[in-house]
Design a protein around this ligand. Sequence first.
Ligand SMILES: [Zn+2]
Length: 362
Amino acid sequence: MRTLALACFALASTAILLPGQRQTENVLLVTLDGLRWQDVFGGADNRMMNVKDGGVKDLLATRKRFTRGDKLKSREVLMPFLWQVIAKQGQVFGDPASNAKANIVNTMKFSYPGYSELICGVVDETIQSNNKLPNPNVNVLEYLNSLQPYRGKVATFASWDVHEHIVNKARSGIMCEVAWQPITVATSIQRKIELQQMVDLLPRYWDNSVCFDALTFHRAKEYLMVNKPRVLYVALGETDEWAHARRYDLYLQMAQRNDTMVRELWQWMQQDPQYKDKTTLVLTVDHGRGRTPRDWIDHGKNVAGAEEIWMAVMGPDTEALGIRKDVHATQSMIASTVAAVLGEDFQKRVANAAPPLPGVTR
Ligand SMILES: [Zn+2]
């Protein structure tokens, strides 16, 4: 019924629906650091289900949890929200089997250049490290925050502390909290105390630079419930950490848990009048990783395949096309996509930014 109603609406209104008349009023952008398209489209990879290449501790339990008879079932177990909801109601890019590769344009193939490309829509060849330098490029979050309807309603929460510099918090003026920074917003004083205790009591496993995604998720969700941002960017980071540590078991666990986090944010939004049927979700990664059982842990300039990524979009202005076929997408298209679903034009501000993902808005 819903599909039929939407289809009729689309038919009746394609000709007169101008960009400024989108149904989308809010955007949820989520990134999962370095989660490979191979695992997303194919589920847990048997070649890494071992100690030598995957560093898997409990082989039986890990197989039982993630391995199914075929790839379609395995991927649904790994990321049920992506495959049962987003892929059915939205669009997924980056499946080479569908002649639909998605690539990063920058040649660095690591995080800062990747995140910068995806929020700024351009490749800046001067960004050649993950150092905490302020990003000189205007990003789409900053652009939206400069427009009256979104001013003060754009927020970023990230597990990795460098994100503060990638979004250039100082210049862009957007709300941004990262890694182990103090909890400032919660739905109650008690909740704030509890979350702060987690910040204080959890081990600093990756020093101060990366926190556990559970913290970032809860911090973001509390802020969402209290301040209701129109543009919320949640950058999760653990998949990359466990991959670099050659822990395929924990990498899979976090892919699955990240999928749960996205589902929870989405479901909360769908019961709130500000967000319900007026929110678009954009889900993607900053880079891919190696293709082989030896180098799946790695990415960077010299790792073949680390330029291959994936992205997914779901929302009221996006046709339910599922896995996109015969289309080429780039990471740089994300910035303009975030603006376009809201009926805004990022290229007005950054003329050389890549256009939105093809066919994502009606
Ligand atoms: Zn990364």
